[in-house]
Write a protein that binds this ligand. Structure first.
Ligand code: FAD
Length: 295
């Protein structure tokens, strides 16, 4: 008797990069893009520095990834420190180089401020930016979502209600902040479903590069760190095996998400290819598998 086998599901993947601010960082970005492009991401996104500090660098990186590597790029855009006219000019400059996707964000406080304040002639919030981009009609619009409520949200329900307003304003899909446990995502997905959100919600996955850096990042964006994860890293640091732990935890998280019906994963690469590539390989996403999917 032969047991019935079901082929493991391979998810669609996408990658986030950030624009380089030095020559050395440029080399690292291009090495990363070159290493990950053969995995055939459905899109690659490029972040936009706080307060528009990387405006030109983001544009350059977006245009190069699109033109030289043939990847579908989603350019991040925020409302911070710019008039409506300036912001839409940037969006149109992306359209001119063939970019068809934008990750539309309100953004954080500019340097020196403790909370987001609109520019006197700028967009007041993400919904206003989304509506204006939808009016242009040239872009697929992605937005941010927060499985653990955003620090500015009064509670979890208000956060989901705001996400619904962003979708209703014209967004096509959402990418989440990173999180450590699949249940955190599943509970959020349930809340979204209940609120009538039917747009795809793509989990944002952080393959951990540095445990100290990850803890700082988590504290800044309100991601809770389960004690079992902190304990595991503490032990792994003693035995000098944090890389192995990071890869296996991330692979396990992705597998649980896939088992729970997730079809897309968005990797925060931090412009380092190794961990993301290893996790993708462990999930069965290889250059060969990508070619088979295309054929
Ligand atoms: P929103 O979702 O619009 O607002 C955040 C929360 O505040 C909401 O969830 C809601 O609870 C509340 N809120 C805001 N406005 C209102 C309102 N008018 N009424 C009621 N509630 C409201 N930052 C960068 O600077 N550059 C980037 O490239 C970048 N990329 C990101 C990519 C992703 C996938 C994610 C998840 C975040 C990214 N960020 C980036 C961080 C982001 O800018 C911050 O989290 C910012 O504080 C919120 O931006 P948002 O568009 O998600 O905000």
């Amino acid at each position: 008797m032969t047991a019935a086998t079901t082929a493991p599901k391979t998810p669609r993947i996408s990658f986030e990069f950030f624009p380089p601010q030095s020559l050395e960082a440029s080399f690292r970005l291009w090495d990363t893009v070159r290493a990950l492009a053969p995995l055939a991401p459905s899109f690659s996104s490029v972040t936009y520095g706080a307060g528009g500090t990387t405006r030109d660098l983001t544009h350059e990186a977006v245009a190069t990834i699109h033109k030289n590597y043939g990847l579908n790029v989603a350019a991040h855009l925020t409302c911070v420190d710019a008039t409506r006219e300036e912001t839409l000019k940037i969006a149109n400059s992306y359209a001119e180089v063939g970019v068809k996707e934008i990750v539309a964000l309100r953004g954080d406080a500019p340097k020196g401020a403790d909370k987001f304040t609109r520019h006197p002639e700028g967009f007041a919030d993400a919904c206003e930016l989304i509506e204006a981009l939808a009016d242009i009609g040239k872009f697929k619009i992605r937005v941010g979502a927060y499985p653990e409520p955003h620090p500015d949200a009064p509670n979890a329900q208000a956060d989901v209600d705001w996400l619904k307003r962003k979708i209703d304003a014209g967004a096509d899909s959402a990418i989440t902040q990173f999180f450590f446990e699949a249940d955190t995502f599943f509970r959020f997905r349930d809340r979204c479903e209940k609120a009538g959100i039917d747009a795809p919600i793509i989990p944002g996955i952080l393959p951990i590069q540095s445990w100290a850096g990850t803890q700082r990042f988590a504290a800044r964006c309100g991601t809770s760190v389960p004690s079992w994860v902190a304990d595991a890293f503490e032990k792994a640091e003693r035995d000098d095996r944090t890389e192995l732990l990071a890869t296996s935890l991330c692979t396990e998280l992705c597998s649980e998400l896939i088992d729970g019906g997730v079809e897309d994963l968005h990797f925060y690469t931090l412009n380092r290819p190794e961990r993301t590539r290893d996790v993708c390989h462990a999930l069965g996403i290889t250059p060969e598998a990508s070619l088979e999917n295309v054929a």
